[in-house]
Design a binder for this molecule. Sequence first.
Ligand SMILES: NC(=O)N[C@@H](CC(=O)O)C(=O)O
Ligand SMILES: [Zn+2]
Ligand SMILES: [Zn+2]
Length: 366
Amino acid sequence: MADSSFESINEIYTLDNVADKLTFTRPDDWHLHLRDGAAMQTILPDTARRFARAIIMPNLKPPIVTTEQAAAYRARILSALPSELVGQFEPLMTLYLTDTTPPEEIKRAKESGIVFGVKLYPAGATTHSDAGVTDLARCEATLAMLEKLDMPLLVHGEVVDSEIDIFDREKIFIERVLAPLLRRFPGLRVVFEHITTQEAVEFVQSSPNRIAATITAHHLILNRNALFTGGIQPHHYCLPILKREVHRQALIKAATSGHSRFFLGTDSAPHSVQNKESACGCAGIYSAHAAIEFYTEVFEQVGRLDQLEAFASFHGPDFYGLPRNTKQITLVKKSWQTPEQLKFGEEQLVPFKAREKVRWQLAENV
Ligand SMILES: NC(=O)N[C@@H](CC(=O)O)C(=O)O
Ligand SMILES: [Zn+2]
Ligand SMILES: [Zn+2]
């Protein structure tokens, strides 16, 4: 039967067909950008409808550097939830590490009970990272406090050296920064965020249990050809940049393997159409509108739907020492078409796979 975009939206579906329905423990998103203000208000429901919790990235402008700011940001997130989602979603806050973050701030963060990680952005590595760390040597005392209090360090793992090829920045970061850091702090817990390479997969697999990694949907779905298919594609530009097919295959293998230290983190990172379709476009892909659906497609394609729940709902809380969710989510196998654009505050954004078909959909949307 021909597979046109619209026919499937109207096709008749029976929930009784168990092969076409998936019910599992509600997932969490362990790496998410929510932005702030009116922009946040428009995108937050996409995440809150799918995920019970999310690790909220602190790279606002200015960044979230204190526990007090994290608490205020958390309150803004909660008050931006539409009434039907109140009580359904918990933001897990993070702090943005700077050269001058005092160790006492880590203590305050831990004691607050609302901060679950501290984020390392090498200065200049990515969107809103200019206040990031210029030299980790300046953070020794603060890193020692993270280690002591067992607060995870979340890492954007790319070197900023402009002489290093952009496709090699993650691999070189492992050698130059991450491996030495782990040797210096043998008890420090680290989440290697949004990994994109075979080298990162192998590094995590061969590391002790205190090292884990998040994997995005877009790095599982696209390789670097997608940056240039039919012309330059700004909506496929993100950091770390998309890599070769061999790396995508390594990520799929890791995510679907059942290995407990790989888990779901969308890195959904919205920017307005204007800021993406520009002579100097921003890095970031928005995938929250269909995040769990995208991952489900990938797991289905490789015949590993049996591993989806562990990757999306178990490994993350287990690593962070948090309880697994008790509620469930149901997806049904019924195609729908993603919109061309979505509201982003007063502006618009182009979501991942805009106007393309997604094979799974939330039961509540059917
Ligand atoms: N991933 C991205 O390309 N962009 C993120 C920052 C980040 O996670 O590196 C953003 O905040 O826009
Ligand atoms: Zn990042
Ligand atoms: Zn990110």
